[in-house]
Write a protein that binds this ligand. Structure first.
Ligand code: ZN
Length: 239
């Protein structure tokens, strides 16, 4: 592991256009569990699998039940940035890191003061009225029960990408633009199993592709540097 961390350090020192692509594993180190995790308690409480609840169809047809799940399983407002978020923010301030692309919806990169963050799946911090478009603070979701309503009478919908909903074109375009310009791409905390994560990697043409993940992924063989371990610990040791 020491050898890998030395290489990571060297890659960073040699690079000036680093892009980070992160998945759920970045947030689990802040104590945010994957919402898909189903345990005995879950089964007692919910009649549907999590993937069903977090879908456009379910939101439209079972709105109140959706919000019960949203408050209990998606909102983790006490979570704090961990070493991975903090070190990436430092790397941006140093002028080396140009973009963070994340599949997470918790806003922890911004909480760590990162600025150029592209949230592929949206953000829990933004909640838009479905009628007038007003962006409401997350507290209005947290502090309400049942369906949250805007003053205009519209339903307030969290600005996250539900299953069956398209990703934001601008976010995709910006992500691809940064990845194609990157001289170093660090991918952390994702198994790269789902679209578009697996596709994004093809836009990188450099020779410093770093994969940091606790478990193996199907693209491990493509990595120039592979670190099987904690993303927070690896970045903490190298930056
Ligand atoms: Zn409204």
């Amino acid at each position: 592991m020491q050898h890998e961390l030395e290489t990571l350090k060297r890659y960073i020192s040699e690079s000036n256009y680093i892009v980070f692509f992160g998945g759920a594993g970045v947030s689990t180190e802040s104590g945010i569990p994957d919402f898909r995790s189903v345990d005995g308690l879950y089964s007692q409480k919910y009649k549907y699998p999590p993937e069903t609840i977090v879908s456009r169809t379910f939101f439209m047809n079972n709105t109140s039940e959706y919000f019960e799940f949203h408050r209990a399983r998606l909102l983790h407002l006490d979570a704090k940035p961990n070493a991975a978020h903090i070190k990436l923010a430092e790397l941006e301030k140093m002028g080396k890191l140009k973009a963070i692309i994340t599949q997470n919806i918790d806003g922890l990169h911004q909480a760590a003061s990162s600025e150029n963050v592209f949230e592929l799946h949206g953000s829990l911090k933004h909640n838009l009225c479905m009628d007038c478009g007003t962006d409401h603070d997350v507290s209005i979701i947290k502090d309400s029960t049942g369906i949250p309503y805007c003053d205009c009478g519209g339903i307030i919908k969290p600005d996250i990408v539900l299953f069956e909903e398209p990703l934001n074109d601008w976010v995709i375009d910006e992500s691809l633009r940064h990845i194609s310009k990157a001289d170093m791409l660090i991918i952390g905390g994702t198994s790269l199993a789902v679209y578009p994560a697996a596709a994004l990697i093809h836009y990188y043409s450099g020779n410093k592709l770093v994969l940091i993940n606790k478990s193996e992924t199907h693209v491990d063989s493509r990595a120039d540097l592979l670190i099987h371990g904690s993303i927070g610990e690896a970045l903490n040791a190298a930056i």
